[in-house]
Design a protein around this ligand. Structure first.
Ligand SMILES: NC(=O)c1ccc[n+]([C@@H]2O[C@H](COP(=O)([O-])OP(=O)(O)OC[C@H]3O[C@@H](n4cnc5c(N)ncnc54)[C@H](OP(=O)(O)O)[C@@H]3O)[C@@H](O)[C@H]2O)c1
Length: 306
């Protein structure tokens, strides 16, 4: 809470001419991230699933920052068709894309499947973002220097010893909902590694991060699953959480700090506030990362074909 800040809003450079997409930017950490990018003159897309919430966020950001180049992009990660459409809608605007922040997420929700029949946390937090990013990649590549920031979380360590048990992802009772969240957050880091590897000779800086334990709406899922117990725990822990403003700093660092390019930071995992942290061996496992890449590609091909 009182940790020294390696990066603050004042350190965000002028972003005039830069185009950014922030997923899940209508509330929480994503909202603050989009707002601070806009304050520094970036052209920002608030990519979010609910039109009213997205448009209201756009209105508030414009009002607060005076930057009119803030737009709503409809993106519902629960539907691969919608994800594809959202990415294509952005591409149709013929704009460059310098910063993609894959921030949207759900945590510890009760068991449910996405529109495509994929377990929801894995589907929303990982698979949807994988497809969104892949469709946008040519534009990101044409806009270098550019950055991709995948918002993971410290909970990535709570998963099974094998990391990702592919045969259990869609099995209802195979894992607890917190384990399913952990697997999806590990996937965010492994996806960053695979992407970074594919672009190691390009000026595309791909990194992931843990934003801190932040006061946002993320505990909605936990409360739905665990009811009153979770509500009490959340009330108690509220005091120990950092603000959404502080929570946004680490992704803003990865998305905008000149240090990323100066120090050639790729495949890094940042923690508050813009510090590099060592990850577990599983999160650095290249073989697992490649297996995940192939698994996700095949899954998406299969779902979009049907
Ligand atoms: N808060 C923490 O302590 C913490 C810790 C570690 C990691 N994180 C990570 O930080 C990121 C941001 O979380 P937050 O704390 O800001 O949570 P939040 O306040 O609940 O915001 C999550 C955002 O994701 C959006 N979202 C959820 N499902 C979506 C879908 N199907 N399609 C598109 N957007 C969707 C939400 O939209 P709606 O408002 O429409 O639901 C919302 O805009 C997440 O990836 C989370 O895992 C947070």
């Amino acid at each position: 809470m009182f940790k020294k800040k390696h990066f603050t809003f004042e350190d965000i450079p002028d972003l005039s001419g830069k185009v950014a997409i922030v997923t899940g930017a209508n509330t929480g950490i994503g909202y603050i991230t989009a707002k601070e990018l806009a304050r520094k003159n970036a052209h920002v897309f608030v990519a979010s699933r609910t039109k009213e919430r997205g448009e209201s966020a756009v209105e508030n950001i414009i009002k607060e920052t005076g930057n009119n180049q803030v737009e709503y992009l409809h993106l519902d990660l629960v539907s691969l068709k919608n994800v594809k459409q959202a990415a294509e809608n952005f591409l149709a605007k013929k704009l460059p894309l310098h910063i993609l922040i894959n921030n949207a997420g759900i945590m510890a929700t009760p068991w449910s499947l996405t529109e495509d029949g994929i377990q929801d946390q894995f589907g929303v937090n990982h698979v949807g973002h994988f497809l969104f990013t892949k469709i946008l990649l040519p534009r990101i590549e044409a806009s270098t220097p550019s950055r991709i920031v995948n918002v993971s979380g410290g909970a990535y360590k709570w998963g099974p010893a094998a990391g990702i048990e592919f045969d259990k992802i869609n099995q209802k009772d195979a894992q607890s909902t917190l384990q399913r969240y952990a697997v999806s957050k590990l996937a965010n880091i492994l996806f960053s590694h695979s992407l970074a590897k594919r672009f190691e000779d390009k000026e595309i800086y791909v990194n992931s991060l843990h934003p801190g334990v932040v006061r946002t709406e993320l505990s909605r899922g936990v409360e739905e699953t665990y009811g009153i117990i979770a509500k009490i725990v959340n009330k108690f822990t509220y005091l120990f959480k950092i603000s959404a403003e502080d929570g946004a700093l680490t992704q803003l660092y990865a998305a905008t700090s000149p240090e990323i390019i100066e120090k050639n930071y790729r495949k890094k995992y940042f923690i508050p506030y813009g510090e590099i942290a060592e990850t577990t061996a599983l999160a650095q496992d290249d073989e697992l990362a490649e297996k995940l890449w192939k698994y996700t590609e095949d899954l998406i091909d299969d779902k979009l074909r049907t």
